[in-house]
Write a protein of this length. Structure first.
Length: 191
């Protein structure tokens, strides 16, 4: 058995809060650092369905990717979605912790995992992060040039299935050698 403080410290070692984007709000949202943690439930978002899953499974901690509280929150009243999430977690004694852009930017983050699955070489972050060796996104070269449609098929093989699948735009036969990708918060890179 571990404490919430110990689990939070482990999360900090994996994904330091100092690496988060300035607009982000990862970290401990709810819970007593001294409370015991025996069961951690993982989810992308702290929504009512994932909270209900965590509570039904007896989780002591819901660890999410996206933070529940960003900016502009003025109420946690029970008749609001965020308030209902907090209330259900609180009643069940389940803490809430988020690792968002701080988890995206590390060398083992989602962009690097996808880049490795594509076999990209000479990888570097698209933009440098706050901590050495970190940054948003990845740019790298494919081991051998391929067509746009072949790259789309390869992405379809490594990504989890979605309702719309992988979509591409452009000449299907265009040769692709260099790939820039961002598997996390990357809207700041669109320009």
């Amino acid at each position: 058995m571990s404490s919430l403080a110990a689990v939070s410290a482990a999360v900090e070692r994996l994904w330091p809060l100092a690496g988060a984007e300035s607009w982000d709000s990862p970290g401990l949202v709810l819970g007593d650092p001294e409370q015991p943690v025996r069961h951690v439930h993982l989810a992308v978002d702290a929504v009512l369905d994932t909270v209900d899953e965590a509570v039904a499974l007896g989780a002591d901690l819901l660890l999410t990717h996206h933070p529940l509280l960003f900016r502009g929150v003025t109420t946690l009243a029970g008749d609001t979605t965020k308030g209902a999430v907090v209330a259900r977690l609180q009643r069940a004694g389940c803490a809430l912790l988020a690792a968002h852009t701080n988890a995206d930017v590390v060398p083992t983050g989602t962009s690097r995992v996808l880049a490795h699955q594509l076999g990209l070489v000479d990888q570097s972050p698209i933009t440098a992060g706050a901590l050495p060796g970190t940054g948003l996104g990845v740019v790298g070269r494919l081991p051998r040039p391929t067509s746009l449609v072949a790259l789309a098929r390869q992405l379809g093989d490594v990504l989890p299935p979605t309702a719309s699948g992988v979509r591409v735009a452009g000449d299907a036969d265009r040769v692709v050698e260099t790939v820039a990708l961002c598997a996390g918060a990357g809207d700041s890179l669109l320009d």
